[in-house]
Design a protein around this ligand. Structure first.
Ligand code: APR
Length: 248
């Protein structure tokens, strides 16, 4: 393990620009559940009933039951050492961007500046009738579905299944993936397209792929150059410490 940390630190220093692709696993240590597997959000809420745009339009109150629960958990969660380590890497000039599938804003709250949100965010709600944006708050989502002053139903600025990704975020993610010298894939099962395309694009452009996850993904044997088995909150701070040791 120590050896892998040292190799990773040397690669991060030697193959700029470095980008990170993150998934829900990076926020697991902040108390936010991942999506798949035991205890995952999709084991409580069937995504066909709770996460598609059709399900939302047909029954906003039902979908808001899940969204409200997630919003409360997110508002109470704090960034963990993995988020902080990525923010520190960026501040040190060793990370050019975080491409995230997460909607929880914990990267930004940890201090990351260049964050590309592929699946939107749950900080903002938009009125389906007049398009006014509202900053989310406990009081706004007390009654569900939450309503705008105009009477329209509010939806979160997240990407539901069967919706397109925000165009600019997608374009930026593709560019960063094609241009990077190294991609860190952290806390994602990398199963959802087109986020799953990013490590493939990076690899096709000769980037080194380093995966950090307690479990292997379908990338591990075919795409990743290095697999570090462990929790992001344990591994990332150790990588940052090693980089500091290399360049005091
Ligand atoms: N540190 C790092 N990785 C972890 C940790 C941890 N502490 N805990 C769990 N993981 C890993 C799991 O091993 C798994 O590979 O996080 C991954 C979580 O995978 P998923 O639940 O599939 O979540 P994610 O990859 O983020 O899903 C992508 O799917 O449903 C959609 O829109 C949703 O953005 C989400 C997308």
């Amino acid at each position: 393990m120590e050896n892998l940390i040292k190799r990773t630190a040397a690669i991060i220093k030697g193959y700029p620009p470095v980008v990170a692709l993150t998934g829900s696993g990076i926020s697991a240590e902040s108390g936010i559940a991942t999506f798949r597997g035991k205890g995952g959000i999709w084991s409580t809420y069937n995504p066909e009933e709770y996460a598609t745009i059709d399900a939302f339009m047909q029954n906003p109150a039902r979908v808001w039951k899940m969204l409200k629960e997630l919003a409360h958990i997110t508002m109470e969660a704090q960034p963990n050492p993995a988020h902080t380590a990525l923010a520190e890497l960026e501040a040190m000039g060793h990370l050019s961007a975080v491409i995230t599938q997460n909607i929880d804003s914990l990267h930004q709250r940890a201090g990351s500046k260049q964050v590309i949100e592929l699946h939107g965010n749950n900080r903002w709600l938009i009125c389906l009738k007049c398009s006014k944006r509202h900053r989310v708050s406990q009081s706004l989502i007390e009654e569900i579905p939450p309503l705008c002053q105009c009477g329209g139903i509010l939806r979160p600025e997240v990407v539901f299944f069967h919706e397109s990704l925000p165009h600019d975020a997608y374009q930026q993610a593709v560019e960063k993936s094609q241009q990077c010298g190294c991609m860190l894939v952290i806390g994602s099962s990398v199963q959802i397209f087109p986020a799953s395309l990013m490590p493939i694009l990076a690899r096709q452009h000769d980037a080194i792929i380093i995966e950090i996850n307690p479990e292997e993904s379908h990338l591990t044997s075919e795409v990743s150059d290095i697999f570090i088995e462990g929790k992001a909150g344990d591994i990332l701070p150790r990588i940052v410490e090693e980089i500091k040791r290399l360049s005091p």
